[in-house]
Ligand binder design. Structure first.
Ligand SMILES: C[S@@+](CC[C@H](N)C(=O)[O-])C[C@H]1O[C@@H](n2cnc3c(N)ncnc32)[C@H](O)[C@@H]1O
Length: 194
């Protein structure tokens, strides 16, 4: 019997990173949106979940001034992120956010939590959002960047499947006191505040 790896696990992501797979790069427009919605870090703690090669975590840390931790379940992604480090850099941790003991994270609560191109892959999205709520400091912000289903012109089902459904979007945005969104072609950015 063959079992399919969860798309929220190292079993799924590690072979892709080890094989040199790359994902959409952040550009100036995306940086600007982060800066506008998240504001200056002033050394407050930030957590980037599914940090991959680490570009978003580095922007939070170096440009916005958050004291940032990037976590990813893939050892190869964490190793790649760490190769960019010169001088003071984000802290990198290899862990699976769906199974880890969250008390092992460097901080008990975060002023900003981010996840870019990650929410789509969580099997249990409600549990994932609950986990973020537990880790978010009062007045903090949850920044999510995700593709939205139906925005691509292609009919390729694999590419169409990269987006989240309206039901996933509703689950993500329910129960926050502030929900702001901004669009970047096929992507939507969400700034969610408790
Ligand atoms: C599509 S990649 C995006 C990487 C990066 N955020 C970016 O924007 O380039 C999704 C990332 O989420 C990570 N990931 C998936 N499930 C995870 C989990 N349960 N815990 C931690 N990281 C996870 C994967 O290893 C992968 O690096």
């Amino acid at each position: 019997m063959t079992t399919t790896a969860s798309t929220a696990s190292a079993a799924y992501w590690e072979p892709l990173w080890a094989d040199g797979r790359q994902y959409r790069q952040l550009d100036e427009a995306e940086h600007r949106l982060m800066d506008e919605h998240l504001g200056p870090g002033r050394a407050r703690p930030a957590l980037d979940i599914g940090s991959g090669a680490g570009a978003l975590a580095r922007h939070l840390h170096h440009e916005l001034g958050y004291r940032t931790t990037g976590v990813d379940c893939s050892p190869s992604a964490i190793a790649l992120a760490a190769t960019h480090d010169t001088g003071p850099s984000p802290a990198w941790r290899c862990l699976d956010i769906t199974t880890a003991d969250l008390t092992a994270l460097p901080d008990p609560a975060y002023a900003v939590i981010t996840c870019r191109l990650v929410y789509r892959w969580m099997d249990d999205k409600a549990a994932f959002v609950d986990c973020v709520r537990q880790l978010l400091a009062p007045g903090g912000a949850f920044w999510v960047v995700t593709e939205i289903t139906g925005r691509r012109t292609t009919t390729d089902p694999d590419l169409q499947g990269l987006g989240i459904t309206p039901a996933d979007a509703e689950l993500l945005t329910t129960g926050w006191s502030v929900v702001r969104t901004a669009d970047l072609d096929v992507l939507r950015c969400y700034a969610l505040r408790p």
